[in-house]
Design a binder for this molecule. Structure first.
Ligand SMILES: [Zn+2]
Length: 427
């Protein structure tokens, strides 16, 4: 396939005319100027803007129909909105919700993500099959949780714990335990779905469950581990009650070996300096979810602390606490949260530029998730690309800011997923 347009290879520089040739789902060749031998492009044209598709570092597939239930703090919102939604998913809602989530992601140009399912192994297995067939790239897993939530959501982990010794249930939807522990790492049966272990958060996980996941994490250094950390103050207070002997919340995960390079810690709004230092030392990634933090009034993420401690940052929608599936809107929320901090907290608060925000939702997130061949326009990378159609007047030094602040999926003229043109209505 030949794609022509102005290539957004580096959002800090104006996109320059060029072309991309794809082969077997990957970018085979990138060239400057007009296509060779005046070939007609399959996608785009001289005026199109070609961007890498977006990468979302944190979302919950079962919550895609739960956006906008406003007015509650985190723990109440979990019990009144999320847990009922996830319970419904487990008794048959998963097929419709997963189809809708895949279509909304594709419509908004997100072709790769790290995310959560629910604690239901059977429904999670079905959803993983749907994700594999969709062609989306993801690190996704069943949620592990065995306490402080309804019976319907904690039952499976508590039942399996009572059956020990058995193979770990944590990765079961991906095949672990059924095939002698041969879970795919770096690519599942569909090639683009990667297994992850997802302890919901310390409140919902007993020490035994965290220890089991820690064991898995040590056995499989390439395994993605996803959890939540220090999102709200009430959550941090409950963790102190449940783990009184640990110095801090971050220390709980560290005690079980869960802080490592392929661990994604969502939120981190309320960390002490020693927690920042520990996360940096272990090389774990923080998924900053600005829209979700504002929606739940959980906190304003401290980009200065992240930069000062050298902590790796990714950017997540966190649907459904986050209201926006579209990553350009999440990128805009990151800038707005940072500006709020600059106005209300400290004059020298770091405020990302639009180019830095666009980089974060493409190459930056891909690198943070360990996908060196995603989120970029270069030979060898996955051919996950968007052809954008923008007004002629936008083609100036403010192009990226105009895209972020005017974002609408109608700006996407064509979507190329793994080298194929896809339609969000039929995928
Ligand atoms: Zn989340």
């Amino acid at each position: 396939m030949l794609i022509q347009g102005r290539l957004l290879t580096d959002p800090a520089s104006p996109p320059s005319p060029g072309w991309v040739r794809t082969e077997g789902g990957r970018i085979a060749e990138v060239g400057e100027g007009a296509p060779p031998r005046s070939e007609r492009p399959d996608v785009g044209g001289p005026d199109a803007i070609i961007s890498p598709a977006f990468v979302d570092a944190h979302l919950h597939i079962p919550q895609f129909d739960s956006v906008g239930c406003d007015g509650m703090p985190l723990l109440e919102w979990l019990h009144r909105v999320v847990f009922p939604a996830e319970t419904w998913w487990g008794v048959g809602g998963h097929a419709n919700i997963t189809t809708g989530a895949i279509r909304r992601l594709v419509r908004q140009g997100t072709f790769a993500f790290a995310g959560y399912l629910t604690s239901h192994a059977e429904a999670s297995r079905a959803a993983i099959g749907m994700l594999e067939r969709s062609g989306l790239r993801c690190a996704v897993g069943r949620v592990a949780m065995d306490r402080e939530a309804p019976e319907e959501l904690t039952r499976e982990d508590r039942w399996r714990a009572s059956q020990r010794p058995t193979p770990s249930p944590v990765l079961e939807p991906h095949g672990f335990g059924r095939s002698g522990g041969s879970v795919a790492s770096g690519g599942g049966a569909g090639g683009r779905v990667e297994a992850s272990a997802n302890p919901r958060f310390a409140i919902a996980c007993s020490e035994e469950l965290l220890a089991e996941i820690g064991w898995l994490a040590r056995e499989r250094p390439s395994l993605v581990v996803q959890t939540h950390l220090a999102e709200s103050r009430d959550e941090c207070a409950r963790v102190r009650e449940l783990f009184p002997d640990d110095a801090h919340y971050t220390g709980v995960y560290d005690r079980f070996g869960l802080l490592r390079a392929r661990t994604i810690l969502a939120h981190c709004c309320h960390l002490a300096p020693e927690e920042w230092a520990l996360i940096a030392e272990r090389g774990a990634v923080i998924a900053h979810c600005p829209g979700a933090n504002v929606f739940l009034r959980a906190g304003l993420f401290d980009l200065n602390a992240a930069r000062d401690h050298g902590v790796r940052i990714a950017l997540g929608s966190d649907v459904a606490a986050g209201p926006d599936v579209a990553m350009p809107r999440v990128a805009r929320a990151m800038i707005e949260v940072a500006k709020s901090r600059a106005m209300c907290v400290r004059d020298d608060a770091v405020v990302p530029t639009p180019a830095e925000a666009w980089e974060a939702i493409t190459r930056g997130n891909a690198d943070a998730l360990g996908w060196a061949d995603a989120g970029r326009i270069e030979p060898g990378a996955s051919a996950d690309l968007l052809a954008l159609r923008v007004p002629e007047t936008w083609r100036d030094e403010n192009l990226i800011g105009r895209l972020l602040y005017n974002w609408d999926d109608s700006l996407i003229a064509a979507r190329v997923l793994a080298g194929r043109i896809v339609d969000p209505d039929t995928i």
